[in-house]
Write a protein that binds this ligand. Sequence first.
Ligand SMILES: Cc1ncc(COP(=O)(O)O)c(C=O)c1O
Length: 384
Amino acid sequence: MPQLSDAIRALKTSSTVALNAKALELRRAGVDVIAMTAGEPDFQPPAHVLAAAHEAIDRGLTKYTAVQGTVELREAIAAKHLRENGLRYSPDQVSVSTGGKQVLYNAFMAILNPGDEVIVPSPYWVSYPPQIELAGGVTVTVAARAEDGFVPDPEAIAAAITPRTRAILVNSPSNPTGAVIPEGVLRAIADLAERHDLWLITDELYEHMVYEGSFTPVAQWYPERTILVHGASKGYALTGWRIGWGCGPSEVIKAMNRLQGQVTSNANAVAQYATQVALNSVEETAAFQAMTRGAYRERRDVIVAGLNAMGLPTPTPHGAFYVMADTRGIDPDENVAGAVLLERARVAVVPGTDFGAPGFVRMSYACSLDQVRTALERIAEVVA
Ligand SMILES: Cc1ncc(COP(=O)(O)O)c(C=O)c1O
């Protein structure tokens, strides 16, 4: 066979996708595995959103839409950001894509030239570095410390800025750490972007999962240099529906639309309509989000207490639905904890190495409280 491209040969499979597949494969083979790998709400979407998808099909809203999404959905997104975050976007400053993942990729492609550096606080979400690299960029990681609750340090970010830096990326609440970055820290990072004339990319997929304190909309300070990435997957429990959106200055949004118009065209039309209804049904959606937030918070309290009690130090995250457990006590080699937990405890987790945090594992508690409790019992036996 002739060769594949260098870029594709250098590209790794997403480890969370791979490990989740492994857990599902074991389950199919009859092994009772608890999967704490996926970043996916275990709730069904709210009934009014399911009804909206049926309605879209019945009404024949099944054709191509505008590449950047229907104007009605983009208006609903703009209204959401004004109502909830005090941000003012016109529909032409909004681009709808196939998940937040595609929004991020479009954004990197739109702003990076070969060799441009993007500063990414670590631990980071697995797909940032491969996407940056596919766009020709270079990922520059700046480590946040477990002792600081994985909150990045603006001074360390400042020290990483070079003449090649093009963007700083922030993700609060964070996947994988669950850290909610305090407003003062986000402001200091935004000020660095302003001072050095950089893009600021803010990944806000977990906005609706903040358990203490409040969510900070990063685009409030320098909207002319901020690309906001959001979507329906997490807060609206619509992962498989594949709707994400980006908001920012119209020049960069137009560039992202141009790229999408040549690569995939519009995101799924039925899912666009359902997302529009989800955003516009303000009270029902807020009630759904409050219900899921309460459930996640209860699970978080159980898992953090359980892991710390068995001697796996785990900071209390204030958002998202992940914890990062320090497994160096059971695993001096740092990278085998994931395999040990899968084989001996039958609990699938993601090794921290994949997030730039060797010695830790990421556990998702987007599964039932019973599963959380059973997983803790099994892990405790292995640790003991
Ligand atoms: C931090 C973060 N950003 C972006 C995404 C992309 O989400 P989606 O493409 O499902 O909208 C995810 C999903 O896991 C995520 O955790």
